[in-house]
Design a protein around this ligand. Structure first.
Ligand SMILES: Nc1ncnc2c1ncn2[C@@H]1O[C@H](COP(=O)(O)OP(=O)(O)OP(=O)(O)O)[C@@H](O)[C@H]1O
Length: 231
């Protein structure tokens, strides 16, 4: 198992957000975490990444418990994140944003990232602040890739993007998932989540209340509707 999250409890200043979350992601597997606003999806991703300190529980990556280690230990262990809001460096160019993150040797280089997402090559000398939302999202994905992660965590990659751009991001993520990179994606856009993931989990009030294959989830529309409270 690549990622094993066990009974994770975490929150902010005494307010508990995660009430004992357990989940697994296998090598090469793609998993989507769904749920309404405010149920704790971002907190879960940040706790897995070490950006929020868990009060208890384990975050085991490749057999090593990282729950009480600093965020750079998570990156070294092979976890890459594409955060909510993208958070690329606005005063740096596309190529500088990628180069600054390219620390670890491996399959993914700045050159390979630009082959995967040719738009980034075309915009290589543009500043982060000059990019569209979709281009920024691709920089954020590329920045995570050049760290050569084993597991890529994405928090709402479709956020604020036009449908055509969501499709482009979806194609990139589907390609990555098909090459054997493990993906853990939080997403409100169900179509994107279902395109990328094989397995789905639904969160409610800081707990995982449903787990199934995407195919099972999609075959029971009424149940899916009840779990997510959306049409
Ligand atoms: N930095 C923070 N400080 C204090 N409380 C926070 C912080 N971030 C999130 N929270 C609270 O934690 C709870 C869960 O938020 P979280 O962002 O994890 O949910 P979410 O499911 O990702 O929602 P969304 O889809 O809106 O991002 C919310 O009540 C939120 O107000």
């Amino acid at each position: 198992m690549l990622l094993e999250v066990k009974d994770l409890v975490a929150g902010y200043d005494g307010s508990r957000v995660l009430n004992g979350v357990s989940l697994n992601v296998d090598t090469g597997e793609s998993v989507a975490v769904l749920g309404r606003n405010g149920v704790g999806k971002t907190t879960l991703m940040e706790a897995i990444m070490g950006l929020v300190k868990p009060t208890s529980g384990q975050v085991v990556v490749d057999g090593v418990d990282l729950a009480r280690r600093p965020p750079n230990a998570h990156a070294r262990a092979g976890v890459g994140i594409v955060p909510q809001g993208r958070r690329i460096f606005a005063p740096l160019t596309v190529v500088e944003n990628l180069e600054i993150a390219a620390r670890k040797r491996g399959e993914w280089t700045v050159k390979n990232v630009m082959e995967l997402m040719p738009r980034l090559g075309e915009r290589r000398n543009n500043l982060g602040s000059q990019l569209s939302g979709g281009e920024q999202q691709m920089v954020a994905i590329g920045r995570a890739l050049v760290g050569n992660p084993k597991l890529l965590i994405l928090d709402e990659p479709s956020d604020g993007l036009a449908p055509a751009v969501v499709n482009q991001v979806g194609e990139v993520l589907t390609t990555l998932a098909s090459t054997g990179l493990a993906v853990l994606i939080v997403e409100q856009d169900l179509r994107l989540a279902f395109d990328v993931a094989q397995r789905v989990m639904v969160m409610q009030k800081g707990e995982i209340i449903h787990e199934s294959t995407v195919a099972e989830f999609r075959s029971d529309g009424e149940r899916a509707h009840a779990l997510l409270g959306v049409g």
